[in-house]
Write a protein that binds this ligand. Structure first.
Ligand SMILES: Nc1ncnc2c1ncn2[C@@H]1O[C@H](COP(=O)(O)OP(=O)(O)OP(=O)(O)O)[C@@H](O)[C@H]1O
Ligand SMILES: [Mg+2]
Length: 309
């Protein structure tokens, strides 16, 4: 018999709201995460990302709207949902006095996993995350990148169906970030549904099947990264920084689709290399590039502000 849960969204949020006193941090947002999807919540600092996912993993009561995980109500069915979730908080919150392996095995006991099973899973996870050679090290001795991997490994000790990651790569160097992306892609291939928050547009673009961009508690757009870039910005952007003399007038006179940030001028164009040659020929040779459109451009287009303020 087909499993009825297969057709239900793993997460279904409808008019989800979170208030802190009179301040509305999450303002009636609605989205679904499908089974096996890698879904992203992209937004700048303070957008409401953590507030949103804290409600999903049951740490924070809803101020309004409805929220189901695996088709169950988060408020009333919390216990059965929790057993099927893996959560990586924004802070590492590991036990720094314990060893790498102990952190995994002890965490397993919180889920009632029998010790021999937890031991075997810890061995597999240490292998998967390239931590086996450091299993006896105290966590306090690990680099930031290894700690982040351990947090991720720990979130998987109960073999969760949904993995929730709050800014998994913030603060990591580019190499560690790349490694973590590869590990997340491998987990997705194994069928784990992943919900992550990030303020790195490259991360969202590389990893996410689908995402929402949020700002000040509201959803600006939802879609596949490439579709959003195509729809809102076009595939190419001419960027002048610092802005070349005369270019502003040119852009206005030609009524080009653009964004003027003072220190950066962005001109949205669709495969118009002739325009780029004209601009670099007439106005600026050194400070002007032709590049692909990005999710950052989408954010800018919609808010007039930069994602990383
Ligand atoms: N416990 C709280 N009490 C009052 N205000 C809060 C509380 N938690 C968050 N906020 C406020 O709610 C807004 C959203 O915060 P949240 O932590 O959800 O943002 P975020 O998108 O996760 O940001 P960051 O990228 O900095 O982690 C912010 O303005 C924040 O100051
Ligand atoms: Mg946050």
């Amino acid at each position: 018999m087909a499993n009825p849960e297969q057709s239900i969204p793993v997460v279904a949020a409808e008019n989800l709201r979170k208030c802190y006193g009179s301040f509305v941090a999450v303002n009636d947002i609605s989205f679904n995460v499908g089974r096996g999807e890698l879904f992203g919540i992209l937004g700048p600092n303070g957008a409401g990302k953590t507030s949103t996912i804290r409600m999903i993993y049951g740490f924070s009561p809803l101020s309004g709207g409805s929220l189901t995980v695996f088709g169950k109500n988060v408020t009333t069915d919390w216990r059965s949902i929790r057993a099927r979730l893996g959560v990586c908080h924004q802070d590492n919150n590991l036990d720094t006095e314990m060893s790498v392996r102990q952190n995994l095995e002890v965490f397993g006991t919180f889920f009632g996993i029998p010790a021999p099973v937890a031991r075997k899973r810890a061995t597999d996870l240490l292998e998967f995350f390239g931590l086996a050679h450091r299993e006896k090290a105290r966590v306090g001795e690990l680099s930031g990148g290894l700690m982040r991997r351990l947090v991720l490994a720990r979130a998987l000790i109960n073999e969760p169906e949904l993995l929730i990651l709050d800014e998994p790569t913030t603060g990591l160097d580019p190499q560690s970030r790349q490694q973590l992306w590869e590990q997340l892609a491998r987990l997705k291939k194994r069928g784990v549904t992943i919900l992550l928050t990030t303020h790195y547009m490259e991360e969202a673009a590389q990893l996410c099947d689908r995402l929402i961009i949020i700002d000040r508690g509201r959803i600006l757009v939802e879609g596949r990264p490439r579709d959003l870039v195509g729809e809102y910005v076009g595939n190419q952007v001419i960027e002048s920084s610092p802005v070349c003399e005369g270019l502003r007038e040119f852009v206005k006179a030609r009524k080009l689709d653009h964004e003027d940030l003072g220190h950066r001028l962005l001109i949205y164009c669709k495969n118009d290399e002739a325009l780029y040659r004209e601009i670099t020929g007439q106005y600026c040779q050194d400070n002007c590039i032709l590049r692909m459109g990005t999710l950052e451009d989408v954010f800018l287009k919609l808010t007039g502000r930069e994602l990383r303020e």
